[in-house]
Design a protein around this ligand. Structure first.
Ligand code: PEP
Ligand code: MN
Length: 289
């Protein structure tokens, strides 16, 4: 348990920090998460309404949760959700546009969604709202050309680089065999992530939750990633899965952190980043969330 709750307002003036549950489950769970995020100065709350799943099961509360995200936006936070298609995107963004005085939202595409027609349609829907931001993750398989290819599809819509960022969620180990629990769920390739960031001049955050798969691994990867620097550059931030009560989470229960575990990590990150970082051009123009 951390001694004190940390306020990361200083950190979020320089870094993108997204925190919140893997999936939106109930209105209470989403609003409690928003309250905890706001108290700490976290500006972007993840609470995914759609959940692509490997096997059939709970796959998100879907449209039912849109009004919860509207409530989060009314609290002055940026709600963030994965979407599966342009229809989902429009539903979320029109509701926020209609009901929130100072609207903001983050829409993202997960690792499994590799239909470029749909990717382009989603980005076009995001582009209609200047206050909306777009994030995409790397695809599950390790292939740099494919990852850069998604970026090409995204940029073919002429969305500004200042409106988008990438998330490195690691690459699939490529086996179904039972593995040692200490092994990662997905493997990072820090060099590739930094190369894509620098050469493409985009912002790059890291998702230790889906790399780790377990709380211990998530903490280990986070500590490693916050120290990772190459040629003066580093990750532009983190996306973390944080749940008010991880043991009863409906999805990814083993990897979700408590807010106290988040505090400890952010304390360390804030201390490591006392000095402002050298930024890419897109980061310099990125409107603050
Ligand atoms: C998630 O963000 O909960 C998720 C399913 O991640 P990914 O798309 O990286 O598998
Ligand atoms: Mn998840």
């Amino acid at each position: 348990m951390s001694k004190t709750m940390i306020n990361i307002t200083k950190l979020t003036s320089d870094k993108i920090i997204i925190a919140g549950p893997c999936a939106a489950e109930t209105r209470e769970q989403v609003l409690e998460s928003a309250k905890q995020a706001k108290k700490r100065g976290v500006k972007i709350l993840r609470a995914s309404l759609w959940k692509p799943r490997t096997e059939p099961g709970f796959d998100g509360v879907k449209e039912k949760g849109i009004e919860w995200l509207v409530e989060v936006a009314k609290m002055g936070l940026t709600p963030g959700t994965e979407v599966l298609n342009a229809r989902n995107t429009k539903a979320v963004l029109t509701a926020i546009a209609k009901n929130v005085e100072n609207p903001s939202a983050l829409i993202w595409i997960g690792a499994r969604n590799q239909n470029h027609d749909e990717q382009v349609a989603i980005v076009k829907a995001v582009k209609k709202y200047p206050w909306a931001r777009f994030m995409f993750k790397n695809q599950p398989w390790r292939h740099e050309k494919h990852w850069r290819g998604i970026l090409k599809h995204v940029l073919s819509t002429k969305i500004g680089k200042d409106k988008i960022f990438l998330s490195h969620r690691g690459f699939d180990p490529g086996t179904d065999e039972p593995r040692d629990p200490k092994e990662l769920r997905n493997f990072p390739d820090y060099q590739m992530a930094m190369r894509v960031k620098t050469e493409e001049d985009v912002q790059m955050i890291i998702d230790p939750s889906h790399m780790g798969g377990t709380v211990d691994n998530v903490i280990r990867i986070s500590k490693e990633a916050m120290r990772h620097k190459e040629a003066g550059t580093s990750f532009d931030g983190f996306i973390f899965e944080i749940h008010p009560n991880p043991t009863i989470a409906w999805t990814d229960a083993k990897q979700q952190l408590t807010w106290e575990q988040f505090d400890e990590l952010m304390d360390e990150y804030q201390n490591l980043h006392k000095e402002p970082q050298v930024k890419t051009k897109s980061a310099q123009t990125q409107a603050s969330f």
